[in-house]
Ligand binder design. Structure first.
Ligand SMILES: Cc1cc2nc3c(=O)[nH]c(=O)nc-3n(C[C@H](O)[C@H](O)[C@H](O)COP(=O)(O)OP(=O)(O)OC[C@H]3O[C@@H](n4cnc5c(N)ncnc54)[C@H](O)[C@@H]3O)c2cc1C
Length: 385
């Protein structure tokens, strides 16, 4: 039975909670992370395929992801662990004038934030990804500084470093309550103990809403299912993450990249969305995505798929995360609703949360927090959420 007091207790050792613990431990904060899984990253984290891009249209996501890219690209050199980071860039393809317009329009805010992303015509794009189907290809965007990593290796690396710096993790323990007295957080309750805490961070991903209920708040986070897979390994032929945003029956978009092992990993967004927490794979998904991928890249036709899985995006009404202190309860903070981007946002966000908790916010941080405020009006949707 735990009775220790911590400065901060984090709910969830996933894409957000784990790097948050690292940033807090580095700042000298006594932090405890509780997760019901047997080890880090067993929620949405390990379902992700590891795309990390700064090329968003929203300045909050741009800044957080730029910092994540800095952290991830320098990780192996600094800490020695291989998180399979690759600066392979991102390619968004355009086969119709509609996608061309969407992608070109996005370049305006992206350039305004200094992002290295450019429009390439058909020939230039085929220089970067020679295996794209040239028939009907208009062009696309290319952002060379984006990349991809292994979400689970990265989560483990953050966990190891956080632990080395003194962060405590408790696995196999389910959060069952948050004790609040006089409008202030006092403790985190689990099925195994009670831990005193001045601050509780809700980083429970797809299950964030259930944690909100524990303190009487209704966080608008609803999980939906996305399906993914991995192929057999083949000789290296693809550097960037390739994204196709054309809607087709059953799906809105899909993306894929080649892992260091030579395997291709891919993911599709079902349309209409499959709401809920059911993570059993469907038989409809693989034929649908395979057809789309072979159409886009005919040389994939003979590649065999080794494994498929389903995971959850923690969705919000406008496709952007909810980050901030609760106005109703002193000491309760949310870092939830990462949608399809928690791996790329998590490390940058973890550092921001640590600055919030230690009172060291920068002017940029204030701008990010205003955009991601849990109390904002959900009026506008980000184009590529
Ligand atoms: C198929 C697929 C592909 C994806 N690809 C990408 C990608 O390329 N790039 C990208 O950036 N993102 C991607 N994502 C999205 C990404 O996985 C999520 O946005 C991210 O993992 C969410 O992080 P999180 O920390 O909020 O949640 P999680 O990583 O799920 O962590 C939440 C943790 O909270 C724990 N928890 C919940 N309730 C409790 C409780 N009561 N008590 C204790 N612990 C609890 C869970 O066990 C879990 O470990 C993908 C997702 C899917 C499904």
């Amino acid at each position: 039975m735990g009775t220790r007091h911590y400065d901060v207790a984090v709910i969830g050792a996933g894409s957000v909670g784990t790097p948050t613990a690292l940033a807090l431990a580095r700042a000298g904060v006594e932090v405890l992370v509780v997760d019901s899984g047997p080890s880090v990253g067993q929620g949405s984290n390990k379902a992700a395929i590891g795309g990390v891009r700064a090329t968003h249209s929203d300045p909050a996501k741009i800044r957080l992801s730029l910092r994540t890219i800095e952290i991830m690209s320098g990780w192996q050199e600094t800490y020695g662990q291989n998180i399979e980071w690759k600066s392979g860039g991102y390619v968004f393809v355009a086969y119709t004038p509609h996608e061309e317009k969407v992608l070109r329009d996005l370049l305006v805010p992206q350039h305004a934030y200094g992002l290295a992303i450019e429009w390439l015509d058909t020939r230039q794009l085929l220089d970067i990804v020679p295996d794209l189907n040239p028939r009907g290809l208009i062009g696309g965007t290319y952002s060379p500084h984006d990349g991809h990593c292994s979400p689970l290796l990265a989560c483990h690396a953050f966990y190891e470093e956080a632990t080395r710096l003194g962060a405590a993790f408790r696995f196999g323990e389910r959060v069952t309550g948050v004790e609040v007295q006089g409008g202030r957080v006092q403790a985190l309750e689990t099925n195994k103990g009670v831990y005193g805490a001045d601050v509780v961070v809700n980083a429970a991903g797809p299950w964030a809403r259930e944690m909100g209920v524990l303190v009487g708040l209704d966080h608008p986070v609803r999980p939906d299912s996305h399906e993914a897979g991995v192929t057999e390994p083949v000789a290296h032929f693809l550097d960037p993450m390739v994204v196709d945003i054309r809607p087709a029956p059953g799906s809105s978009n899909y993306y894929f990249h080649q892992l260091a092992s030579g395997q291709l990993t891919f993911c599709i967004s079902p349309q209409p969305p499959i709401m809920g927490e059911d993570c059993r794979e469907t038989s409809a998904f693989l034929p649908m995505v395979a057809r789309r991928m072979v159409d886009l890249m005919p040389r994939l036709a003979n590649l065999r798929v080794r494994r498929t899985w389903r995971g959850l995006y923690p969705m919000t009404p406008d496709g952007s995360p909810l980050v901030g202190w609760a106005r109703e309860i002193e000491g309760y903070m949310v870092a939830i609703g990462m949608c399809g981007q928690g791996v790329m946002l998590g490390p940058g966000l973890g550092e921001l949360l640590a600055r919030m908790i230690t009172g060291r916010l920068t002017p940029d941080d204030h701008e990010i927090l205003e955009i991601l405020s849990p109390y904002r009006e959900f009026a506008v949707q980000e184009t590529l959420k």
